[in-house]
Design a protein around this ligand. Structure first.
Ligand SMILES: Nc1ncnc2c1ncn2[C@@H]1O[C@H](COP(=O)(O)OP(=O)(O)OP(=O)(O)O)[C@@H](O)[C@H]1O
Length: 262
């Protein structure tokens, strides 16, 4: 347990968030409770607009909740962000087009005014499978390669927590599957507590130790489904009955929560 009494991983307690819309208020989140154990990989899945990105933005310190707490290792998420303890990657890889792969990965270190230990950037480039591409610019890369750079950049400051918001949402199916296997390998080699937003049920089951299923807006977690499948998970798992059992269970929860949008 962390010194201040929270859990070691991510803990969300009673999160509520409202946005001003016109003259009214839109309640995006209400009573979100979630625990992501230290070192585990949890996916957040739910109907469109249920507040998944809002949760990520609160954890990343980009939004403040109206009620409740978001802590990492017992510390307010905002404080963890300020000391660069968080790595974040979004659907849009958000790379600077004029910088090379290596220079994009180095960026968080520069912003944090830290000089990279020798070999750190090259090590990250190898880790995400981009050996030999260090001097290319983002326009010269495929979508999957750009997401690899984005993940390497998220890991540059050796964060305790990585937040991924639909990292593979813009990729074609084949590339996405390949990236799922790659992401599993990356977090096995470089363990980091990870919360990933996704719309993909099979992606969530394949990668996660647990899948948090959300209700429609105002979002809350309706169930945390532990995924008890051995690792490393390989593509044959996609055919296995136990894999489909988990996918069906999650689809059922999503459908029960939001029958109009299966
Ligand atoms: N800055 C904002 N101002 C007003 N409303 C907002 C703002 N940010 C989010 N919302 C609203 O809050 C709700 C939750 O948005 P959010 O982006 O978190 O949902 P989501 O589950 O990530 O959606 P999707 O799956 O479609 O990406 C939506 O109705 C959205 O329109």
């Amino acid at each position: 347990m962390a010194a201040s009494g929270g859990v070691d991983g991510i803990e969300l307690r009673g999160l509520r968030k409202e946005f001003a819309v016109g003259s009214g208020r839109l309640r995006a989140l209400d009573g979100v409770d979630l625990r992501v154990e230290l070192g585990s990989f949890v996916s957040l899945i739910g109907p469109s607009g249920c507040g998944k990105s809002t949760i990520v933005r609160i954890l990343a310190g980009l939004e403040r909740p109206d009620a409740g707490t978001a802590t990492i290792g017992g510390e307010p998420a905002d404080a963890v962000r300020r000391r660069h303890g968080l790595g974040v990657a979004f659907q849009d890889a958000g790379l600077l087009p004029w910088r090379t792969v290596a220079a994009n990965i180095r960026l968080p270190l520069e912003l944090a005014r830290r000089s990279p230990e020798p070999g750190l950037v090259d090590g990250l480039i190898d880790l995400v499978g981009l050996t030999g591409f260090a001097e290319l610019k983002p326009a010269q890369l495929s979508g999957g390669m750009r997401q690899r750079v984005s993940i390497a950049r998220a890991l540059a400051l050796r964060p305790s927590v990585m937040l991924l918001d639909e990292p593979f949402g813009a990729l074609d199916d084949m590339t996405r599957r390949r990236m799922n296997i790659e992401l599993q390998r990356i977090v096995a080699e470089r363990p980091v507590t990870t919360l990933m937003v996704t719309h993909g049920i099979s992606e969530a089951v394949f990668l996660s130790d647990a899948v948090a299923v959300m209700s429609p807006r105002p979002g809350r977690i309706v169930e945390l489904v532990p995924i008890d499948l051995p690792r490393p998970r390989t593509p044959d798992l996609l055919q296995a009955p136990e894999f489909h059992h988990y996918c069906d269970r999650i689809a059922e929860l999503l459908f029960a929560a939001h029958p109009q949008e299966p």
